[in-house]
Design a protein around this ligand. Structure first.
Ligand code: GH3
Ligand code: MG
Ligand code: MG
Ligand code: MG
Length: 297
């Protein structure tokens, strides 16, 4: 397990030395001595926890906390305030700003170690949960929820630039028969292999690849025009065919094939992300009725 990174913010060098002595064996520790430096350092190292002094030159600790909580990347990083002993006002104000805890100065090493340890562990679990919530368990690809979120985001972004957005949807051909012939476990293995070939086909692209349903996948290609998207779709098909997974009950066979639908559009106010997916789905359907093992754009 990699060490968690802790950002210690304090303008008192003696205090920094104490904190470092307590934490350096178990964590990667970095430091800032002003509020501005704290925010810059947080942005560059993306710490797992921030230990934040209140009295700082320039921006004080409260303001630093407020700004960290407004930053979408850093908002979930736990902040522990360091307050003067018994300074209830400061404690309450810090907690109200989103700090997760506080430690009293002068620092008690054992207390600091225990609190930091607990919060780092909680942060790890939270990160793990957040990752699980967006990942498909079988393939490790994005799940449908993550795909929809990404599509929304890309849609907003590309509406500003007027650039292309392409959506590729694919579905394994005669997969019910595959399961019937080779069993569900082999079916799962086949899905995993198809996911890997999607990753191979897209490795040089900026793309989000998701398992959309049981044996259906969707790739979002920001900036890809129709010609590029069609090429990518054909590369996916080539990669899947190269797997040579036997499928004797496929009517297209003798190996596993996929059918692909491609939808490309420039972002305008009239289209919606849902409509792109629906369009790709329609093209996919046309690929199926045209005989499968093909892509239609
Ligand atoms: P088509 O060529 O028209 O797509 O035929 P198909 O048989 O693939 O289509 P259909 O949608 O009828 O069947 C999809 C099958 O995929 C049904 C289901 O048993 C199987 N399937 C869905 N999810 C999973 C999964 O996670 N694992 C396995 N092994 N099979 C799955
Ligand atoms: Mg200070
Ligand atoms: Mg299907
Ligand atoms: Mg299918």
């Amino acid at each position: 397990m990699t060490k968690a990174t802790i950002l210690v913010v304090d303008d008192d060098v003696a205090n920094i030395e104490i904190m470092n002595a307590v934490l350096e064996d178990d964590y990667d520790v970095c430091f800032a001595t002003t509020g501005e430096e704290a925010i810059d350092t947080a942005r560059s190292v993306d710490p797992d926890l921030v230990l934040l002094d209140i009295m700082l030159p320039g921006l004080d600790g409260f303001e630093v906390c407020r700004q960290l909580k407004l930053d979408p990347v850093l908002a979930d990083v736990p902040v522990i305030f360091m307050t003067g002993l018994g300074d209830t006002e400061d404690e309450m104000r810090g907690l109200a700003l989103g700090a997760i805890d506080y430690v009293a100065k002068p620092i008690q090493p054992a207390v600091l170690r225990a609190r930091v340890g607990n919060h780092v562990e909680l942060k790890r679990l939270r990160d793990k949960l957040a990752e699980l919530a967006v990942t498909d368990a079988l393939t490790g690809l994005s799940n449908r929820r993550q795909l929809e979120r990404t599509l929304e985001g890309e849609w907003v972004r590309l509406c500003r630039t007027g650039d292309w957005l392409s959506v590729i949807m694919l579905d394994i051909d005669f997969f019910k028969q595959f399961n019937d012939t080779y069993g569900h476990v082999a079916g799962d293995r086949c899905i995993v292999m198809i996911a890997a070939s999607l990753n191979r086909a897209l490795r040089r692209m900026t793309a989000v690849t998701a398992r959309y349903g049981g044996e259906e996948f969707v790739c979002i290609l920001p900036g890809a025009d129709p010609a590029t998207a069609k090429q990518v779709a054909e590369e996916i098909r080539r990669q899947v065919n190269a797997l040579q997974i036997p499928h004797e009950s496929s009517k297209v066979g003798p190996c596993v094939t996929v059918s692909i639908g491609v939808a490309s559009a420039r972002c305008t106010g009239e289209t919606t992300p849902e409509r792109w997916i629906a369009e790709a789905d329609k093209q996919l359907y046309l690929s199926k009725v045209a005989g499968r093992d093909r892509s239609i754009a």
